[in-house]
Write a protein that binds this ligand. Structure first.
Ligand code: PMP
Length: 443
């Protein structure tokens, strides 16, 4: 096969464990490399090579400067920022990197309380609780919210942190077809009659879990339709905005703002600080009663060390910039930049003949490779030309739906994007992944 650049055609034939393991070694060799700078528009990638048996990866000190199309640095805050960085340094001096204590012991600083207020106001809910890790926010909260006798209805492509949280909760879990409101209704109808009061049905509680932007699909949630169905069947809604908060909406307030949904209609809003805010941690925002309940009962609040103070300061400062409270219009500029960059990049890729998933305005852009044997070739050929692209495959996607996932940032310049497009186009021809005819270039 002409696509068999790296000699991995056998994977198409056998898909046996042996080949999959060999393939993963190859993938390891392409991405997943150590980075030695901030994950900005360009970053430093440490070169690695494998020994002759392909068994061990040896780190070298050689570093390449690469155009970064892999990090979730949507608004460009994950680099030195004139407003955030001095404040983060100050908070580091004042509080140290860690509180060395849980929130209920000695781990609540003024920053933690300020952060919760800022987050609640930003997402349009009465209260919020923050955690040191986005993944844990889902996986620890769901078992607190739901238990035996409860029903969780989850989108089939929800993130692993949701899947694990749902499984660990002890509730019954049903899955509906990805982003398909009509199928959600079918699943609900199998469980309860329309209009049946909450007190007269076989489930103590029903919760429907969706994401704002799906991280492997780049697709926006059909939130208005899903909310209408949840209201009809009196189910609670849980919205994970990891990839949408800060990244979409006129003022960065996520899919609710973009799709004109009142946050009142979403019962539980979840999000992470690891993408648009360039920090770490996660939040749940909701009613005062819900947040109070979580503060009394959630083990990740009671027993885990609280979010690092400098990380909390980074989030507060980033929200202030987004809201213009730093006294500049940089936040608004970042928001229009991410939108323009995303829409430009997506439409150029489509014109070149690539199959690109996702919706306009979404900074997540999966380019379909399909055959997992194309992953190493695509990733490595891009890297040879100093463009770092993350490729994703089984088990994060179905086996034969491998893809390269581009993440666009407000910190990419137009020149960066044009350079990336040229490289991706050449590599796309080489690897054979332009599935549609290219649009003729305008003179
Ligand atoms: N939810 C979704 C939808 C995610 O994509 C991720 C990770 N990318 C998480 C939760 C976990 O967040 P974190 O990486 O901040 O731990």
């Amino acid at each position: 096969s002409s696509n068999n650049l790296q000699g991995y055609a056998p994977i198409c034939l056998g898909l046996e464990d042996f080949y999959i393991r060999r393939l993963y070694l190859r993938i390891q060799d392409c991405f997943g490399r150590p980075i030695s700078s901030a994950p900005d528009a360009w970053f430093d990638v440490v070169e690695r090579y494998s020994n002759d048996n392909n068994k061990t990866l040896i780190r070298t000190s050689k570093i390449s400067r690469c155009l970064n199309l892999g990090s979730y640095n949507y608004l460009g805050f994950a680099a030195s920022d004139e407003y955030c960085t001095p404040r983060v340094i100050e908070s580091m001096k004042k509080y140290s990197p860690s509180t060395c204590s849980s929130r209920v012991d000695a781990g609540t600083t003024a920053l933690h309380e300020e952060l919760e207020e800022y987050v609640a106001n930003f997402v349009g809910k009465p209260a919020a609780i923050v955690f040191g890790m986005g993944y844990v926010t889902n996986s620890a909260i769901l078992p607190v919210l739901m238990g035996k006798g409860g029903l969780i209805i989850s989108d089939s492509l929800n993130h692993n942190s949701i899947v694990n949280g749902a499984r660990g909760s002890g509730a019954t879990v049903r899955v509906f077809q990805h982003n398909t409101p009509s199928h959600l209704e079918e699943v609900l109808r199998e469980q309860i009659a329309e209009g049946q009061p909450r007190t007269h049905r076989p489930w103590k509680k029903i919760i429907v879990i969706v994401e704002g932007i799906y991280s492997m699909e780049g697709e926006l949630c059909k939130l208005p339709e899903i909310i209408a169905i949840c209201k009809k069947y009196k189910a609670y809604t849980y919205l994970d905005e990891a990839h949408s908060i800060g990244a979409v909406g006129k003022t960065g307030r996520g899919v609710c703002e973009l799709l004109v949904v009142d946050p009142v209609d979403v019962d539980i809003m979840m999000g992470t600080f690891t993408k648009s805010f360039g920090s770490c941690g996660g939040y749940i925002a909701g009613s005062k009663e819900l947040i109070q309940y979580l503060k009394y009962t959630c083990p990740a609040h009671l027993y885990a060390t609280s979010i690092s103070p400098p990380a909390a300061e980074q989030i507060i400062s980033a929200i202030k910039v987004i809201l213009g409270e730093d006294g500049t219009s940089r936040g608004a500029q970042k928001l229009s930049r991410i939108r323009e960059n995303s829409n430009f990049f997506r439409s150029e890729l489509q014109k070149m003949g690539f199959e690109v998933l996702g919706d306009n305005d979404s900074p997540v852009m999966p380019i379909m490779l399909y055959n997992p044997a194309k992953i190493p070739a695509f990733s490595r050929e891009c890297l040879k030309q100093n463009v770092a692209v993350v490729t994703v495959a089984f088990p994060a996607t179905p086996l034969l739906l491998a893809r390269a996932r581009i993440c666009i940032s407000a910190s990419h310049t137009k020149e960066d994007l044009i350079q990336a497009l040229e490289v991706i186009s050449q590599v796309g021809d080489l690897v054979g992944i332009k599935y549609f005819p290219a649009e003729p270039k305008k003179q």
